[in-house]
Design a protein around this ligand. Structure first.
Ligand code: APR
Length: 327
């Protein structure tokens, strides 16, 4: 059987880690594309030259030509600027929208049958743009944010309770911005509610404080890393998170992963991309797992969707030549 083909658009910090993870997991042959000459070729040569030590048999190619992504099963996009300390993801809209236009046109032309996973920020707006420009069915165009945001929330809970993060389940919904919505009500340790454990440990009032602090840290977790790095944003964690999504599709795992998906009425949202639990398998987004939000969660979710709408409304003035399709 032919190996799968994964193309990575953007060969920077995240792109390099993505390439290495694809190789280590033997997900398929990998093409790393960037506009910077020689850099993607150098990174792929570097990874390829350790194949014997790491024991993988896949082909790795760096390129500056979109023609090399032809026949891709999955394309993962990280092209674009990362934020600097003090910036929000939304501050990247103007510059990254123009990059995403070029990238989407390249994917549309050379990899018309691929599944596309976007990582570039501001995430929800970039996924919207890519879907509109490629015209691919929405189940084939999605964004990575929720897997990472949820994992961050799980990590903070695990550290607080002093238990393995493998036994924590917690999810973050909504847009991938400062208004994202960590869902406290369903956060659990192998089915045991996290809130109940915190109340037993601290009593009601302090438990609420501790949970609020974890929720706020989750919402700002990307910025915490940006501040510490001083130059660039998180790259190991978004790469691993996108690989989980790509693997679910390529291996038809039917995983339920928080994914930036186009909503058509689910959670009360019509025609906007935001993060919700999705079933990922060989068909891409095979289903959206809708569930009842309580009034407070719905209000927070609506507020997050409103922030995404605000960015989408700015797109036609940034890309006036696309005003028609961005309506
Ligand atoms: N086409 C292809 N690649 C491009 C283009 C373009 N038009 N413009 C820039 N790039 C490349 C850059 O050359 C760079 O190698 O995108 C790469 C981005 O890499 P980094 O600057 O290292 O950024 P990274 O940390 O990988 O983050 C990429 O993901 O999480 C988001 O906010 C983050 O938007 C940022 C993106």
């Amino acid at each position: 059987m032919a190996r799968a083909k994964i193309s990575l658009i953007g060969g920077g910090q995240i792109g390099g880690v993505l390439a290495q993870l694809c190789a280590l997991r033997e997900l398929g042959d990998v093409v790393l594309f960037d506009i910077v000459e020689n850099m993607p070729q150098g990174k792929m040569l570097d990874i390829a030259e350790v194949a014997r030590v790491d024991q993988f048999d896949v082909e790795l190619k760096g390129t500056n030509s979109y023609a090399d992504i032809a026949g891709s099963d999955v394309v993962i996009v990280t092209a674009g600027l990362p934020r600097k300390p003090g910036m929000s993801r939304d501050d990247l809209l103007g510059v990254n929208a123009k990059i995403m236009k070029q990238v989407s046109e390249g994917i549309k032309e050379y990899a018309p049958n691929s599944f596309v996973i976007i990582i570039s920020n501001p995430l929800d707006a970039m996924v919207t743009l890519c879907q509109k420009i490629t015209g691919f069915p929405p189940e084939r165009v999605m964004g990575q944010a929720g897997v990472l945001d949820s994992n961050r929330f799980c990590s903070f809970i695990a550290w607080e309770l002093g238990v393995s993060v493998r036994d924590i389940n917690a999810m973050v919904l909504g847009g991938h911005g400062d208004t994202m919505v960590p869902i406290v009500r369903y956060a659990n340790v192998n089915g045991i509610p996290v809130m109940e454990q915190l109340i037993r440990k601290y009593g009601e009032a302090k438990a609420k404080e501790v949970m609020t602090a974890m929720v706020e840290r989750t919402k700002m977790a990307g910025g915490e890393v940006v501040k510490l790095l001083g130059n660039g944003s998180a790259f190991y964690s978004p790469a691993s998170s996108a690989i989980a999504m790509a693997e679910a599709i390529l291996r038809d795992q039917k995983r339920v992963l928080p994914t930036c998906a186009l909503l058509k009425g689910e959670f009360g949202v019509d025609n906007y991309y935001v993060g919700v639990p999705c079933i990922l398998g060989a068909g891409g987004i095979e289903g959206i797992m809708e569930f009842e939000l309580d009034a407070e969660e719905q209000a927070l979710f609506d507020n997050s969707v409103a922030a995404v709408k605000g960015l989408i409304d700015e797109l036609p003035s940034i890309l006036p030549d696309l005003a028609d399709i961005l309506k």
